[in-house]
Design a protein around this ligand. Structure first.
Ligand SMILES: Cc1cc2nc3c(=O)[nH]c(=O)nc-3n(C[C@H](O)[C@H](O)[C@H](O)COP(=O)(O)OP(=O)(O)OC[C@H]3O[C@@H](n4cnc5c(N)ncnc54)[C@H](O)[C@@H]3O)c2cc1C
Length: 389
C-alpha cells in the first residue's frame, strides 16, 4: 500500500478537481469510480495508516455486482458462499437457504477479511491518486462556484466537488448538520477472526434470547466470529465474551476454545446508525455524502459496504457524461434522486430486522416464524437483488 501514500496534496488531472474525505471502503471505491472517468481525486485520511479493523466482512451479491462494474474483482481473495443457516442457541437448525442463485445476473456472495478488502481496493488505484494520511478538514465553505477547504495542516485548496466518505461520525456532515448525530442501535458487538477452525461449512447465525453469535467461514479455514448482546442503554461488557455466551451449544464451545487457545483480541463497540439518510448538505450544492457518512445502518443485511459500492457505481455511471464545474451541481442532484429511495428502504429494513431478531420484547415466536418463512436476511437479500442501483 505504501506507494500510494504521499506527503502533499496535488491537483487532479481532469477538468474537475475532486476531494475525497476518508479512505475507507467507500472512499477507495469512489476513487476508482472517478479514475474510471479519468478524474484523479485527492484523498485525505485522518488516520496515520489506511485503516482496517481486522475482522471479517461479507459482501452480498449486489455489492460484488457493483464492484465488478467498477472493475474490482474480489473473488480470488474471498470465500464463495453458497448457503447460510439460522439455528437456535443450541445449534438446532431453523432454516437453511441457498443464496448462490439469488442475483438475476449471477453475481455471488463472498466473505473476506477487512484487510484483504482494503488491499484489493487500494491495488486498483492509479499512482496519480494521492492519499494524504494524518490529515483532516478544519473547515469548508462554498465560494465562487468552488469549495474552499482548509485542511488540518493549514493548507487551503479549492475543489469543484467534495465527496464525504468519512464514516458514521462524518465531520463533513457534523459541520453543517450538527443535530444529526449517529444513534445507538441497542447492540453491544464483539468481532474477531479465528485462524483455523474446522466444521463451519456455511455462515451460521445462532439466535439466543437477547444475544446472537454469527460464524462466517472465510478462505484458509479462517472464521469471522461476530457476537452481539441487546442492551437498551450503552454500557461496557460486564463479563468476557466466553462467559457471556457460555450457555450457547452447537459450534460455540469449540469456537470459544479456539479463541482462548489463539489468545485473540476482540473489536468491541456499540453499534450505531446514522440519524437519517442524507446525501446533500443544507445550503451546499458541491458536497456529496456517500457510504456510512450518508447512511450507516445495522448489519443484518450486510449491506453497509455494499451500499457504499453501489454509491460508487452510480457516481461512475453518472460521470459518463462530460463533466465541467457547472455540471457538478446537477450531478449531485441527480445522484441524490437516483439513490435516495433504494437506500432509504435498505436503511429502514436493515435496522428493523436486526432489532426484530435481537430485542427480547420483539422476539416472541421468532424461531417458529423463521422455521416457517425462512431466514429473515435472505428474504431481505432477495428484495435488494430485484433491482440494480
Ligand atoms: C459490526 C459491523 C459489521 C458489519 N458487517 C458488514 C458486512 O458484513 N457487510 C457490509 O457490506 N457491511 C458491513 N458493515 C458496514 C460496513 O463496515 C460499513 O458500511 C463500511 O465500512 C462503510 O465504509 P465507509 O468507507 O463509508 O466508512 P468507514 O469504514 O467508517 O471509513 C471511513 C474512513 O474515513 C476516515 N475518516 C473519518 N473521519 C475523517 C476525517 N474527519 N477526515 C479524514 N478521514 C476521516 C476513517 O478513518 C476511515 O478510514 C458492518 C458494520 C458493523 C459495525
Amino acid at each position: 500500500m505504501s506507494h500510494l501514500l504521499f506527503s502533499s496534496i496535488s491537483a487532479s488531472e481532469n477538468c474537475i478537481k475532486v476531494l475525497i474525505v476518508g479512505a475507507g471502503p467507500c472512499g477507495l471505491a469512489v476513487a476508482k469510480a472517478l479514475q474510471n472517468n479519468n478524474i484523479y481525486p485527492d484523498i485525505i485520511e485522518k488516520d496515520e495508516n489506511i485503516r482496517s479493523d481486522g475482522a471479517g466482512i461479507a459482501i452480498p451479491a449486489n455489492g460484488t455486482w457493483a464492484l465488478d462494474k467498477l472493475g474490482i474483482d474480489i473473488s480470488s481473495k474471498s470465500y464463495l458462499i453458497h448457503s447460510m443457516q439460522f439455528t437456535d442457541d443450541q445449534g438446532e437448525i431453523l432454516a437453511q437457504e441457498k443464496i448462490d442463485d439469488i442475483h438475476p445476473e449471477g453475481a455471488q456472495f463472498y466473505s473476506l477479511t477487512r484487510d484483504k478488502l482494503v488491499e484489493q481496493l487500494l491495488s486498483h488505484l492509479d499512482k496519480r491518486i494521492q492519499i494524504q494520511t494524518s490529515t483532516t478538514i478544519k473547515h469548508f465553505a462554498e465560494e465562487n462556484d468552488l469549495v474552499r477547504v482548509e485542511f488540518s495542516n493549514g493548507d487551503i485548496k479549492y475543489y469543484d466537488l467534495v465527496v464525504g466518505c468519512d464514516g458514521v461520525h462524518s465531520c463533513i456532515r457534523r459541520q453543517v448538520q450538527p443535530n444529526e448525530l449517529p444513534e445507538y442501535l441497542g447492540l453491544l458487538v464483539w468481532r474477531t477472526v479465528i485462524d483455523s477452525l474446522d466444521g463451519v461449512s456455511m455462515p451460521t447465525y445462532m439466535l439466543g434470547s437477547d444475544r446472537l453469535v454469527m460464524l462466517y467461514p472465510m478462505l484458509n479455514n479462517q472464521i469471522y466470529v461476530y457476537g452481539h448482546i441487546f442492551q437498551s442503554e450503552k454500557s461496557l461488557p460486564s463479563e468476557s465474551f466466553s462467559k457471556l455466551f457460555l450457555s450457547f451449544g452447537g459450534l460455540v464451545p469449540k469456537t470459544m476454545h479456539a479463541i482462548d487457545q489463539q489468545n485473540l483480541n476482540f473489536y468491541i463497540h456499540h453499534m450505531e446508525k446514522s440519524h437519517s439518510v442524507r446525501f446533500k448538505l443544507d445550503g451546499f450544492s458541491r458536497v456529496l455524502l456517500v457510504g456510512d457518512a450518508a447512511h450507516a445502518f445495522g448489519p443484518m443485511l450486510q449491506n453497509g459496504a455494499a451500499q457504499a459500492f453501489e454509491d460508487a457505481y452510480v457516481i461512475q455511471d453518472l460521470l459518463k457524461e462530460q463533466m465541467d464545474s457547472h455540471s457538478v451541481i446537477s450531478f449531485v442532484n441527480t445522484f441524490e434522486k437516483r439513490r435516495f429511495a433504494r437506500v432509504q428502504n435498505i436503511f429502514t429494513m436493515s435496522n428493523a430486522k436486526i432489532q426484530a431478531i435481537s430485542d427480547p420484547q420483539l422476539i416472541q415466536g421468532r424461531n417458529e416464524a423463521i422455521k416457517k418463512s425462512g431466514a429473515p436476511n435472505v428474504i431481505g437479500f432477495k428484495l435488494i437483488m430485484q433491482q440494480n442501483p
